[in-house]
Design a protein around this ligand. Structure first.
Ligand SMILES: NC(=O)c1ccc[n+]([C@@H]2O[C@H](COP(=O)([O-])OP(=O)(O)OC[C@H]3O[C@@H](n4cnc5c(N)ncnc54)[C@H](OP(=O)(O)O)[C@@H]3O)[C@@H](O)[C@H]2O)c1
Length: 257
């Protein structure tokens, strides 16, 4: 059910071409927003743009490039003037034993997940409306030890820290900054980042569901619904928080479902 809570709002979702970003873009559109999405792969971007329909527009851009993100800001300014909602979602990483980590993987994950989030918010500052809502996509791994995920998890802890600092930096402009920490949500990232087959993903989702009080893994819509809440006036008195959207996985002992 939609309430058109975001009617007329202009939004940007980085990494909006697949997975959580695509699901978030769909939910923002359902609620009446016009949504810009970004991604690096042109064919994937065009396909997502087409599926989202007339209330979306794709801009090919890499979040780790200052000039790309400035171009995104310039495009939004020229076409719509101001931005109401920013979801800094682009990110990723994969499990690698500590001894096998390469410099390339470390640079890549720190680059996309930390530098990319900083460049995204910094580049869009001049376009964000006073009173806008910024949400950063973190992860439950920021609070957990998970085999092989030390670099990824530490980048997500950094994302949470960025949100707390920016909440104070941007308070005079009444810009709210929050993070969402998704739990386990199977997406395209599980196949192309984690190199899991469809059968692996299905088996993993079934196994991990036993550890989740909600009894199932998450969906992009679950994360999109949380984003709609944090982007709407309903959450006007909420800033600087981390909204954990994990079906209770990290806060509650599930026993066996
Ligand atoms: N799925 C989960 O279980 C889960 C849990 C916790 C947190 N998260 C977080 O949720 C976010 C989305 O993950 P996902 O699972 O939806 O993964 P996904 O399906 O792989 O989507 C990643 C998106 O980011 C884009 N992207 C990656 N690097 C980029 C870059 N340098 N510049 C611009 N766009 C870039 C990808 O497009 P291109 O590759 O074409 O650029 C794609 O649109 C990530 O920040 C991830 O850490 C996911």
């Amino acid at each position: 059910m939609t309430t058109q809570a975001l009617k007329g709002r202009i939004a940007l979702v980085t990494g909006g071409t697949t997975g959580l970003g695509f699901g978030a873009a769909q939910r923002l559109i359902d609620e009446g927003a016009f949504v810009y999405i970004t991604g690096r792969r042109k064919d994937v971007l065009d396909a997502a743009d087409e599926r989202l329909g007339p209330s979306a527009q794709g801009i090919q851009a890499d979040v780790t490039s200052k000039s790309d993100m400035q171009r995104v800001a310039d495009t939004i300014k020229a076409e719509h003037g101001l931005l109401d909602i920013l979801f800094a979602n682009a990110g990723g990483g994969h499990a690698t034993p500590l001894a096998e980590l390469t410099e390339e993987q470390i640079d890549s994950e720190l680059g996309i997940n930390i530098k990319g989030v900083i460049l995204t918010v910094q580049s869009l500052l001049g376009v964000l409306r006073d009173g806008a809502a910024i949400t950063l996509n973190a992860s439950i791994t920021a609070d957990m030890g998970l085999p092989g995920f030390a670099v990824y998890a530490s980048t997500k802890a950094a994302v949470r820290s960025l949100a707390r600092s920016w909440t104070t930096d941007l308070k005079d402009r009444r810009i709210r900054v929050n993070t969402i920490s998704p739990g386990v949500v199977p997406t395209e990232g599980y196949s192309h980042e984690q190199k899991m087959s469809d059968a692996d993903i299905t088996a993993y989702a079934k196994r991990v569901a036993h550890e989740i009080p909600a009894g199932r893994v998450g969906t992009p819509q679950d994360i999109g619904d949380a984003l709609v809440f944090l982007s709407s006036d309903t959450s006007r008195y909420i800033t600087g928080i981390d909204l954990v959207v994990d079906g209770g996985m990290t806060r509650v002992y599930a026993g066996r479902n």
